[in-house]
Design a protein around this ligand. Structure first.
Ligand code: HEC
Length: 410
């Protein structure tokens, strides 16, 4: 089989093309997605309602933002989030500035000034030239057989982006840890968002991986022993930039965005959304994309699934192809919800997962492989009462994470 590469890209600093960090300004100015401001924190009762919200959230995050100093520069809002290396750098900056004595003086204002410093530093410091990004891209190549250390380790962490609120929550949490309070509980602010983006290199390739998600395909996945998305992999032509979100690095390498995970803390157990590229984007999981998103946005080439509960929600009013595909996806889920991204969830049994079931173990000693091997008991329905890192894997865990890493530096 032709080897299909997957690459996770450090999204910030965006050194490629004409974009320069100095042009963009502190990211706090972007605020939170409009749809979150309207959210009442009421749980969704029907799938259709949850999905409509998820589409609007995705669209808000994809909305173009104009750079403060250069009006012609437009980038999607999610490209302006923090990545983990930045969080570490900011953290170091803040803590070097704060002695133990006045640690309790840590406040939002100080963080904002640190963010301003960071925005400038990213474009200025010698340790962040283009080649570093290029090297990083190269080092993050992963084949289909994902090496768990890479997924969970620092390389994995670096593909994680977070917004200002998430960052602030993290900072206060770390401060409490340092001050000797329990490190094991964290609760993110309601406007927190984590994003994980998956990219595939397209220059020099002749075909492109494609995963149908219709009822028939999902049925064959359910019947296979492995429930691995690779079982239904097809190949298609390389999509053109009007059909898939594409970036080009300074050396000419081109990367296409094949998938994107979004976690939004609008609900206590988060809202889980994932988008994946499709060459038939308007059927099944793309059939209910709101009319308002049908304008000329590249987002119209992506499908979406979402989850906000451990248990399955009733459909509500949905398109027939979506209903059929969704019923099939849920048919072996033991009453649990379902949502899995073919380009990102590539382990065995991963096509049956539902985001929340696996993420509930984040911050504990439970391993991802253990969860996937014991989905029915561990990884679908609620299995625990405590959520040590509020469902966020990258904060810490057996293989380390942001938290361990940063606390280790103190
Ligand atoms: C079998 C376990 C598993 C499943 C299922 C899973 N994830 Fe994750 N996810 C992880 C792990 C481990 C990480 C951290 C390492 C990495 O980035 O790969 C992670 C990272 C993330 C992150 C970055 C924040 C964090 O927790 O570190 C987001 C956002 C995310 N996942 C969303 C999703 C969504 C949305 C789904 C469902 C479509 C999903 N995940 C399904 C295990 C899982």
């Amino acid at each position: 089989m032709q080897r299909v590469f997957k690459v996770y890209l450090f999204l910030w600093p965006i050194h490629f093309s004409a974009v320069n960090a100095m042009d963009i300004g502190p990211r706090t100015v972007f605020g939170k997605p409009k749809v979150i401001e309207r959210q009442t924190k009421e749980p969704f009762r029907e799938k259709s309602e949850e999905r409509q919200f998820a589409w609007r959230l995705a669209a808000d995050l994809w909305n173009q933002h104009y750079a403060a100093s250069e009006k012609s520069l437009a980038i999607p809002q999610w490209q302006a989030f923090y990545d983990s290396a930045e969080i570490k750098r900011l953290f170091r900056f803040l803590y070097n500035d704060l002695s133990d004595r006045n640690l309790n003086d840590m406040n939002l204002e100080k963080m904002i000034s640190a963010e301003e410093w960071n925005t400038e530093a990213v474009g200025r410091v010698a340790s962040w030239p283009d080649w570093r990004l290029e090297n990083l891209l190269r080092s993050l190549y992963v084949g289909f057989n994902i090496d768990e250390r890479r997924v969970r380790g620092l390389a994995g962490v670096s593909k994680v982006l977070t917004n200002g609120k998430g960052f602030t929550s993290l900072m206060f949490h770390l401060k409490n840890c340092r001050n000797g309070y329990r490190c094991s509980e964290v609760n993110f602010a309601s406007s927190s968002i984590w994003v994980k983006a998956a990219w595939r290199r397209i220059d020099g390739e002749s075909t492109f991986a494609h995963f149908p998600t219709n009822q028939r395909t999902l049925m064959s996945l359910n019947q296979s022993d492995t429930s691995n998305w690779q079982d239904v992999l097809e190949f298609t032509e390389i999509p053109t930039p009007d059909k898939i979100f594409t970036v080009q690095t300074a050396s000419g390498s081109r990367f296409a965005l094949v998938g994107m995970h979004i976690m939004s803390k609008v609900l206590k157990d988060w809202l889980w959304v994932t988008l994946w590229w499709s060459n038939e984007p308007d059927s099944d999981f793309g059939a209910d994309r709101p009319q308002s998103l049908q304008e000329k946005s590249v987002l119209t080439n992506y499908k979406l699934c979402s989850v906000s509960t451990f248990e399955r929600l009733p459909h509500g009013r949905v398109a027939k192809s979506l209903e059929l595909a969704s019923d099939e996806a849920h048919s072996s889920s033991l009453g649990a919800s379902w949502c899995s991204n073919p380009y990102i969830e590539q382990g065995e049994h991963n096509a049956k997962t539902n985001c929340i079931g696996c993420h509930q173990h984040a911050g504990t000693k439970v391993k991802q492989s253990e969860i996937l091997e014991n989905l029915e008991t561990l990884g679908l329905l609620r299995n625990r009462e405590d959520f040590p890192s509020d469902y966020v894997w990258s904060l810490g865990g057996p293989a380390g994470g942001l938290l361990d890493d940063i606390v280790g530096e103190l």
